[in-house]
Design a protein around this ligand. Structure first.
Ligand code: B12
Length: 362
């Protein structure tokens, strides 16, 4: 077929992707070199070969079709905690998968028997490096893929294929000297240009399980899930087209008291269908408790104190800590009553600490 790449790109745009580009399936050698010089986050498989060699995933691969969907939103947030823009609408994994499958269906129709493999946030391959080599944008100082028209509020995905397709050229890096992303990173995770200390990023901290140190709880501030500062301040995200896909229309109401009751909410489906639910409800409740402790507003106490009897020791632990941080002496009795029944040794320790903390404030 004459210029199959053109036909595929046209189909991708018709399916609803905002950007499409094609690159080879050759290894990402520069990336491998960079990664070899870095301590990697626990999120990624510590196997640089797998991250940087597409042919280890699809041995017959010759090209990679990279796509992007914009989720830039015009809606200002109203709520009492922060939910990152990417997680406010429907889970992008499903939206992406659906569109990628449609595109593969189209390709299969014109080239029966073609080999294809698709990922979007789901595989060890680095979506951003693929998108960048396929000409969708450049890797910004904030680590995100930035496109000159759409900015960086973009979800990325790709299809590896054995088809030999005409490749795109990468764009030049157009980051300027503003360094606004670095200056406005609330946890200083973006230590310098292109270097994110991933385990310090608020996006990571709001997903991190278990008991996290107090200092990290403070860094989380009012973030219920994720963080957008390094993108929000970026000049390339000003005046970009917004609200392009109704699937990403913000649906969640970010009310801390409601999140504490997430298991019983009438609109629970909105939460379970969002990208922030993959860790389950407990981590959202945990983050809501941390947000309450950080803002110190006692209006949440009547909802918060109910969590002291939660079936999860993790939730009881954080509740004890938060109550100790913000409550006044009338809560000591409830904490003492809980202590009489509490079997978990970490929760017991936290309850005692909370009681002493309140007493010290009296
Ligand atoms: C693990 C992960 C995270 C981790 C760690 C991120 C990280 N930077 O390491 C955490 C939880 C922190 C995270 C946060 C976010 N993530 Co995330 N995440 C991923 C995931 C699953 C893997 C990324 C990865 O492995 N990184 C490995 C590290 C080592 O790579 P790196 O730090 O980016 O380093 C590279 C570059 O910096 C580059 N580089 C280094 N120096 C230099 C110098 C120059 C000059 C150049 C050009 C390049 C360069 O080389 C390195 C190697 O590739 C990908 C999906 C995927 N499979 O690709 C999504 C993905 C990267 N995340 C995404 C999103 C949306 C986010 C958040 C915006 C979500 C939010 N709002 O909270 C934040 C952004 C944080 C940030 N500034 O990077 C999108 C990014 C879309 C885009 N436009 O770029 C992806 C691609 C998911 C998707 N398919 O859409 N994420």
């Amino acid at each position: 077929m004459p210029n199959l790449a053109k036909v595929i790109k046209k189909a991708a745009i018709n399916i609803g992707f905002d950007l499409v580009g094609i690159t080879s399936a050759e290894p990402f050698e520069d990336t491998a070199k960079r990664l070899n010089n870095r301590k990697l986050s626990s999120f990624i498989k510590n196997d640089i070969e797998l991250l940087t060699k597409p042919k280890l995933h699809l041995p017959s691969a010759r090209s990679i079709i990279a796509v992007a969907l914009s989720y830039a939103s015009s809606q200002k947030y109203n709520g009492d905690c922060y939910i990152s823009i990417y997680a406010r609408g429907r889970d992008y994994h499903h939206v992406m998968k659906n569109k990628l499958e449609k595109l593969m269906g189209f390709i299969r129709e014109i080239v029966p028997g073609v080999d294809m493999l698709t990922y979007s946030d789901t595989g060890p391959l680095l979506d951003r490096m693929i998108a960048s080599r396929a000409g969708l944008g450049w890797i910004g100082k904030n680590n995100n893929l930035i496109n000159p028209v759409y900015g960086s509020y973009l979800f990325l995905g790709e299809i590896l294929t054995n088809l030999e397709l005409e490749h795109n050229q990468p764009l030049n890096n157009q980051c300027c000297d503003c360094n606004l992303c670095i200056k406005n990173c609330p946890s200083s995770a973006l230590m310098e240009a292109y270097h994110l200390k991933a385990d310090r990023c608020i996006s990571y901290l709001t997903q991190k399980k278990g008991i996290i140190p107090e200092e990290e709880r403070e860094v989380i501030n009012n973030h219920l899930w994720g963080c957008d500062n390094c993108q929000d301040f970026c000049p390339y995200n000003k005046n970009v087209p917004t609200d392009l896909h109704e699937e990403f229309t913000p649906l969640l109401k970010a009310e801390l008291s409601e999140i504490l009751r997430i298991d019983n909410l009438a609109e629970r489906d909105l939460w379970t269908n969002s990208a922030l639910y993959w860790r389950g409800p407990r981590i959202l409740k945990r983050n809501a408790i941390i947000n309450i402790a950080n803002n110190g507003d006692r209006c949440y106490l009547s909802d918060l104190i109910q969590k002291i009897d939660d079936p999860s020791p993790i939730i009881r632990f954080y509740t004890a800590w938060a109550v100790g941080k913000i409550a006044s002496k009338e809560y000591i009795k409830t904490l003492n009553n809980r202590l009489l029944e509490e079997k978990d040794k970490d929760v017991r320790k936290e309850l005692k600490k909370a009681i002493n903390r309140i007493k010290r404030r009296i």
